[in-house]
Structure formats: C-alpha cells, structure tokens
Design a protein around this ligand. Structure first.
Ligand SMILES: NC(=O)c1ccc[n+]([C@@H]2O[C@H](COP(=O)([O-])OP(=O)(O)OC[C@H]3O[C@@H](n4cnc5c(N)ncnc54)[C@H](OP(=O)(O)O)[C@@H]3O)[C@@H](O)[C@H]2O)c1
Ligand SMILES: [Zn+2]
Ligand SMILES: [Zn+2]
Length: 373
C-alpha cells in the first residue's frame, strides 16, 4: 500500500485500448495529477457495462485513445487528499479514510459550482461540464481512466463507501448498472400501486426487475426478445410476468394499457418502440436508458397523443441516488447475478459480453480477489 507521505505515482498499469479494433493490452498509462481533493484506490473488482463496448469500438463517435474503460469499480482506498476530510461539496465523502472499501461509477467529476443548475440541485449527472470515469477530461485537461486497471484516482466527491453487507463483486455492477435503473424508477414513482415493465433483460434490465421489486412495485413485467430468459426472470429475479416480443403473437395488444412505467435498457436501434408505448396506461412514462448507436425508430404522433404518455430518458444517477441505491441494496439484499472473471481475461470477457452471453454481468477481479475465484 502507498504511504500517504510517499509521492503519488506518475503511472498506473491497466488494460489499455489503443484503437477501435485491436485487443486491449496490459501496459502503463498516466493518470490525472493527484490533487488535495482526490482519492486513490487499489482496484479489486470492475464490472463490464454495455457502455464499455460502445466506447471501445467508438460506437457513439471517436473515442479518445488510449483509453482504459470500466466504470463499475470497487477497491480499497490507498491515498486520501489532504482536503478531503473538509470537502465542502460532499459531507459523505469527508468520511473517506485509507483502508475503506469504496466504489466509483460512471461519473468522476462535475463542475460543482453554485451557479450550475444541475450541480446546485444535486443533479450532478446532468452537469454540462461532467467528466465521465473514462474517455473524458478533467478541468485541467488531463484524461480520465477507468477501472480495468490496478489503480484508480479521482475526485472524492464521486467516491462511495460500500455498505459492509454487500460483497465486493456483487457491489460492482450497482455503481453504474444499479443506479442507472434505480434513479429513474425512484424519480418516476415505481413503488406500491405502480406496475413496471423492464425491457431488455441484460445487465441493467435484470437489475431493473430487482430494484422495481425492492421499491415495492405492485407488479413487474420482464420484456425480452425470446423466452430464453423466462425462467431466470420469473423464478429467479421475481418478475410477475414475462413477454417474449419475438415469440408471443399479439403481445402489444394483450398487454395494452397495463403498465405505469416502462424502463427500456435496449441498446440496439431496431426495437419495437411503438409497441412498447402501447403497454403504457394513460399518463404512463416510458424511460429510455439503453443508448443505441443509431437513432430510435420513428413514432406516430398518435402514439403519444392517444394516452398522454411521456417519453423520457435518464443518465446514470446522482451521488445521492448512488448512496440511496446502495442503502436499499444492502437492506433488501439486491444482489446482481454475476459471473466473475480474472482481469487478465478481459478481452475474452468483452467478446462474450458483446455476444450477449453474460448472465447477467461479468465482473473482472484483480490480484487477491482473483485468487479466491
Ligand atoms: N442511460 C445511462 O446512463 C446508461 C448507463 C449504463 C448503460 N447504458 C446503456 O444501456 C444499454 C444496456 O447496457 P447493459 O450493460 O445492460 O447491456 P446488456 O447487458 O448487453 O443488455 C442489453 C439488453 O438489450 C436487449 N437487446 C439487445 N438488442 C436488442 C434488440 N435489437 N431489440 C430489443 N432488445 C435488445 C437484450 O435483452 P433481451 O435479450 O432480454 O432481449 C440485452 O440483454 C447500453 O446501450 C449502455 O450503453 C446507459
Ligand atoms: Zn455503465
Ligand atoms: Zn455543474
């Protein structure tokens, strides 16, 4: 472990992407300069999120290579900046100490200025000056690097202590996948009296079912393309019903006007969007969190007009959402279904994730954590 008095290392080691097609290689990279409001951790675990795949292949636009992805990070604090214990922006982050088990999600910074509408409202994930945990830049122009690495360094404001009862490997996917489904479910009132549909039963989607149930929704409907995930969704994750859109004839009519909220984690553009909207009750809300690389299908005006439905989106979650989500996960034992892989297998794990083989999240493990596999 680094002693607080030794100067911060200028280089880290991790799985670096050099372009959109060649495999990641384990090599050194230069993290941001360590500042007095930063924390540095030794990474034990990192989940693989769909966003890692989009970014690595420059699917949303050219990525800023060299790039180290991974934003479902768990590790142990090795260094705490001298101003963290009095951090003005976050009372919770003031408590971070060397040796703590912490997590970092998809966001590593925002402007935190009083004149920023998003930051002042505690909605940091909507700050126009936000820094993603990877493929981003901090205010000093240094690059942000993610968790497919031995170490991570960044602002304490976006570092979260992990409740003792959550195992590290299971906690990792909560940091992005978990909060990305929890935040819109919380915001749009998923809970007693509400029926919720979750479309796309992958990393985010399986967590959507678990969190809708943990929030007390009356009824949770899993919506997938085929019936191959039916048993997992109903018997395992606790969905009340299951729709296989490519197999169940007339599904949109059968389930028309049955759901208050539909949360879509679908990450491909060829989705039956108009049919998903048919599932909504009057005044219902459709929330898109999946981020396809091409535009969504067109909609007729009537699909919105007829039932006064709302179509919206949601970007990860705020630090407050992350803390509240972790607390609920600890209380209600919301544990993602994971498959652990050694960090060295990252290229094979990424290929399997891209092929849709994860059930339902791969979590990469480093060093000692890996020895326990
Ligand atoms: N908004 C945010 O802040 C945020 C945060 C994190 C991730 N994301 C995005 O969310 C998306 C999902 O991420 P993930 O990690 O959950 O990926 P994932 O594990 O691969 O899950 C995506 C799911 O989408 C469904 N799907 C795929 N192609 C489809 C198609 N053509 N039509 C209908 N459904 C299809 C599949 O479910 P079935 O097999 O059940 O059909 C698949 O399991 C990605 O685009 C990612 O970038 C957004
Ligand atoms: Zn993510
Ligand atoms: Zn801001």
């Amino acid at each position: 472990m680094a002693s607080p008095s030794s100067p911060p290392s200028k280089t880290f080691q991790g799985w670096v992407a050099h372009d959109a097609t060649t495999p990641l290689t384990f090599t050194s990279f230069e993290p941001k300069p360590f500042t007095s409001t930063d924390v540095e951790i030794k990474v034990s675990h990192c989940g693989i999120c769909g966003t890692d795949i989009h970014t690595l292949r420059s699917g949303w636009g050219p990525a800023d290579y060299p790039c180290v992805v991974g934003h479902e990070i768990i590790g142990t604090v090795e260094r705490v900046g001298s101003d963290v214990s009095t951090l003005a922006s976050s009372a919770a982050s003031r408590a971070i100490r060397v040796g703590d088990r912490v997590g970092i999600g998809a966001q590593s910074n925002s402007c935190l200025r009083a004149d920023c509408e998003a930051c002042a409202d505690g909605q940091e994930s909507y700050c126009t000056r936000m820094t993603g945990t990877y493929n981003g830049r901090y205010a000093d122009k240094s690059k942000s690097y993610g968790g497919f690495a031995t170490h991570w360094r960044g602002p304490a404001h976006f570092v979260f202590r992990i409740p003792d009862t959550l195992p590290s490997a299971e906690a990792a996917p909560l940091l992005c996948g978990g909060v990305t489904v929890y935040a819109p479910l919380r915001k749009h009132g998923a809970g007693p009296g509400k029926t919720v549909g979750v479309v796309g039963i992958g990393g985010l989607g399986h967590l959507g079912i678990l969190f809708a149930r943990a929030l007390g929704a009356d009824r949770v409907v899993a919506i997938s393309r085929s019936s191959s995930k039916r048993a997992d969704a109903v018997q395992g994750l606790g969905a009340d019903a299951f729709i296989a859109t490519a197999e169940d004839k007339g599904w949109a009519k059968t389930y028309s006007r049955t759901l208050d909220i539909v949360l879509s984690t679908v990450d491909a553009p060829d989705m039956p969007l108009a049919q998903y909207l048919r599932l909504l009750k009057r005044d219902g809300t459709f929330v898109q969190v999946g981020a396809p690389e091409r535009p969504l299908p067109p909609l007729t005006a009537w699909s919105l007009i007829q039932k006064s439905v709302k179509v919206t989106g949601s970007n990860i979650g705020s630090p407050d959402d992350i803390r509240s989500m972790l607390q609920l996960a600890a209380e209600k034992r919301v544990l993602p279904w994971i498959q652990k892989r050694p960090m060295e297998d990252v290229n094979a794990a990424l290929a399997d994730m891209d092929a849709g083989k994860a059930r339902y999240r791969y979590v990469l493990q480093n060093g000692e954590a890996q020895a326990k596999l």
